[in-house]
Ligand binder design. Sequence first.
Ligand SMILES: Cc1ncc(COP(=O)(O)O)c(C=O)c1O
Length: 364
Amino acid sequence: MTLIKPNPFVGDLIPYVPGKPVEELERELGISGAVKIASNENPLGPSPLAEKAVTEAVHNLNRYPDGDAFYLKEKLSNKLGIKPETLIFGNGSNDVIDIAARTFMKPGDEAIFGEYAFIVYPIVTQAVGAKAVISPMPDYTHNLRDMHSRITKKTKIIFIANPNNPTGTMVGQDEFEWFIENVPEDILVLVDEAYFEYVDDEDYPNSLEYHDNGKSIITVRTFSKIYGLAGLRLGYGIAHEDIISNMQRVRHPFNSNSLSQIGAIAALDDAEHIERTKTINREGLHYVTQELEKLNIPYAPSYTNFVLIDLGEDPMATYNELLKEGVIVRPVMGYGLKTHLRVTIGTQEENEKFVNGIKKVLGK
Ligand SMILES: Cc1ncc(COP(=O)(O)O)c(C=O)c1O
C-alpha cells in the first residue's frame, strides 16, 4: 500500500499529549476516587449559571450557531471596554493561536518563543512551515530581552505566555514595557493570558493596556481555565481591528459552538464563582508549595493554578506510582523538562491526596 504522505512540515510533528482522564485510570486500575490534577482545570467545575444556561439551550442544537457570536461579543466587549470589532473567538484559545499562525506566517518565516513555552506554539509554527526560534529559559521564565535579540527580517510572530504553562512563571511590568517599546510594529506579539485571572501580583502587566501604541499585539484568553468551561471549548483574541479582520478570513465558519457562546455569556455574570475559585486556588497553592518545601522538592515560582516541581531524576516512576495512588499529574518531558512534573492546584481534598501520595511514593 502506498497511502498519501503528510506534507513535509507535518511529517515530524509530535502530537499533543493531553492529561490522562480519570475514567481511563479508574478503568485500568479498577479503582475509584481518583483525582485529576493534570490539566489546569477549575476543580470547582463551571459556574452554576453557565450550567443552567447550557442545559436550557440544548433543544436548539439543530441550528447552526451564530458564527460571529454577536451576543457574546457584545457582552465581552462591554465588560472589557473595547470595540466588538477587536474580538475574535475560537474553539478554545488554541484555535485562536492556530488562526494567528495561519494568518500571519508562511513557509520560511520565523516565530520566536521560549524553550519551555506552551507546546502549541511549536506545533502551529511547524504546521505552517515556519521556523521555530527558541529562546532559553534557564530560570523557567521568558527572557524578553533575549527574545528581542533573536528578531530577524523573517520574524513574524513572538509568542509570550504570561503566565507561562508549564512553568507557571510570569514576566513583570518593566520587562514587558521595555519589550513592547522596542519590538518592531509589524511583528505580531501574541500574549497568551490563559491564566491571567489567577494572577495576584501587582507587577503583572495586563497586555490590553498596551494595545493602543501602534504595535501589532494580540491578547489571547480563554474560558477553559478559571471559568471552568474547558469541555465547551471557547477562547478569544483581542487586537487592532485590522489584525482581527485578517484573522476572520482564516477562521472556520462556526468555530465557536452555540452552547459555548451561551455558557460563556452566563459565566461572565458569575463574579462570585470567579472569586471563590481564586480564593480556593490561592489557599491551595500556598498549602501545596509549603508542603513541597517541607519535603525539599524544588518548584518554579507559580503565579497561576499549577506548579512545576523538579524531582531531580526521571519523573516517570513517580508519575506511575502516583497513578496507583489515584493521583493523575502531568509529565512534561515533551517540553524538554526531563526531571519535572506539573501539578494542578485542586480542591483541598485533592491537594491533600497529592501531598500524601507523593510522600508515600518518595518514602518521605
Ligand atoms: C498557556 C496556554 N494557552 C492556551 C491554552 C489553551 O487552552 P484552550 O484551548 O482550552 O483555551 C492553554 C491550555 O492549557 C494554556 O496553558
